[in-house]
Design a protein around this ligand. Structure first.
Ligand SMILES: O=C(O)CCC(=O)C(=O)O
Ligand SMILES: [Mn+2]
Length: 212
């Protein structure tokens, strides 16, 4: 089966300024400024205004905690998802999200049916170490992430050797595709920062296999 990244390249969606990062079970494609700055500004404004941002809760080890960011989940009705102990029921797509989905979807074979939206209000907002390895995503999922607003560090560490780390600065308009065995072998997170940072929006497009 062709990978989504091959498919995007064959269709010239990924231009030559993208970079493959392949290393010890990690398979990433990073395309800085996949969306050029002025257009990314427009998307950022629309996403800030038109996403139903909420502060979610996570239930882990018998405790309930507020997530250190805002989030929202959109997608096809059947794209239900279990995440950190809660059921994610998708809100229906809006035009901004559909337009972004179109930019990264080439044909029906690689159909993203949902998107997890995260809003990092400032440097103290973050996302802990995790892999996107929920069973609904399948064995070697392709996850396409697009970032808007403030540049934040995206860290990866190998599951079997936590000292093996990689840091990527994800900036306004950047696309990062995680594919192959990445989720099986590596974890990722967005660390807090003590710097005074502006908000950042990140969207991760996913394909959820229906349980229905
Ligand atoms: O904000 C990011 O770049 C990462 C988001 C993420 O890992 C996720 O939504 O699972
Ligand atoms: Mn993730």
């Amino acid at each position: 089966m062709r990978s989504i990244t091959d498919n995007l390249i064959q269709n010239n969606y990924l231009q030559k300024n993208g970079e493959w990062i392949e290393h010890d079970g990690l398979s990433l494609y990073w395309h800085p400024k996949f969306i050029e700055t002025t257009l990314a500004d427009t998307y950022y404004e629309a996403l800030q205004a038109n996403i139903q941002w909420q502060q979610g809760y996570i239930h882990l080890f018998g405790k309930t905690q507020k997530e250190p960011r805002l989030s929202a989940y959109y997608g096809d009705a059947e794209a239900q998802y279990q995440y950190s102990g809660r059921s994610m029921i998708p809100l229906p797509w809006n035009n901004t999200l559909l337009s972004l989905k179109k930019r990264i979807s080439i044909d029906k074979e690689y159909h993203f049916n949902s998107v997890l939206c995260n809003y990092y209000r400032a440097g103290q907002d973050s996302m802990g170490w995790h892999s996107d390895d929920e069973p609904e995503l399948g064995a070697s999922p392709a996850i396409a992430s697009i970032s808007f607003g403030e540049t934040r560090r995206f860290l990866l560490r190998q599951k079997k050797h936590h000292k093996n780390k990689l840091s990527i600065s994800l900036a306004h308009g950047d696309l990062l595709i995680m594919s192959g065995e990445t989720q099986a072998n590596w974890q990722h997170h967005i660390p807090k920062s003590t710097k005074k940072l502006s908000p950042r929006i990140n969207l991760t497009f996913r394909h959820i296999k229906s349980r229905l």
